[in-house]
Design a protein around this ligand. Structure first.
Ligand code: SF4
Length: 263
């Protein structure tokens, strides 16, 4: 195995700024094959990612974390996307129902500390169940989302999952996203038409007013200090350059270098 750090990816990230989402997905597929999957929460950008993948017919899986308290519109969007785009959507679930969790730990999402625990139990831990199955995950983070995502890299290290996170739509702005959804009549979570700019669990998501930031509807009851769940590593602030362990030949291929020694 070999170490791959965020610092190793600087040149590649710079080069990839000029690539289109389709080119980046194709690069990822060539690099990782069936060790690549996508992750989508069935929001608008995630729907576009699913549509792009269906057009490319790569046979990649899509991971969806069902927290047990998603809106029914989100689950219906997942089912429509799976059926109409012919995608294999894998649903990952927490170990406990929300009722079981509440009986054991109380209503966690009402406090800042509890929210972090609840998001860990209901979002991060279900994803960690497939840790080791994938070397890379395609996501739909975009810099136009603002906040911590304004500087989101195309390639990012995910230490918890020990994989690469690839955001092929990082440079796609709102106008381009809307143009793509209109041109291809992309399946959209109907909550987006009801004032929800971002969508997560029904306990912690509300619509936003036209003059509010996009993420104002997330954890509104907790105030502006807690606005990310932590399932996306680039939403957190790692103190140092994170690193993962991948096979040596794969790291060499990612970085475009050749191993010229034998052990
Ligand atoms: S968004 Fe709310 S309900 Fe959903 S996992 Fe996080 S804290 Fe729990």
């Amino acid at each position: 195995m070999a170490r791959l750090t965020q610092a190793d990816l600087v040149d590649l990230n710079h080069k990839f700024e000029e690539r289109t989402p389709v080119e980046l997905i194709q690069w990822a597929h060539e690099m990782f094959g069936d060790r690549l999957a996508a992750i989508s929460a069935m929001q608008k950008a995630g729907s576009v990612l699913c549509h792009l993948m269906s057009q490319l017919e790569l046979g990649l899986k899509v991971l969806f974390v069902d927290t047990g308290v998603n809106f029914h519109e989100t689950l219906e969007t997942r089912d429509k996307i799976a059926e109409q785009y012919g995608l294999n959507v894998i649903t990952l679930k927490p170990g406990q129902t929300m009722e079981e969790q509440t009986a054991e730990r109380g209503v966690l999402y009402l406090t800042v500390e509890g929210q972090q625990e609840c998001c860990d139990l209901r979002k991060t831990q279900p994803l960690l169940k497939v840790q080791g199955e994938y070397d890379a995950l395609l996501g739909s983070l975009r810099r136009s989302d603002g906040g911590k995502r304004e500087s989101c890299p195309i390639l990012a290290i995910d230490e918890k999952m020990n994989c690469l996170r690839i955001n092929p739509m990082a440079t796609m702005d709102d106008e381009q996203l809307e143009a793509y959804t209109a041109e291809h009549d992309v399946i959209i979570n109907p909550l987006h038409h009801q004032g929800y700019t971002t969508i997560s669990c029904n306990r912690c998501t509300t619509p936003v007013l036209p003059n509010e930031p996009k993420r104002a509807g997330r954890w509104r009851h907790l105030g502006p200090w807690s606005v990310y769940c932590g399932i996306n590593p680039t939403d957190t602030d790692p103190a140092n350059s994170p690193a993962i362990d991948l096979p040596q030949d794969l790291v060499d291929r990612i970085l475009g270098r050749e191993t010229d020694f034998m052990i």
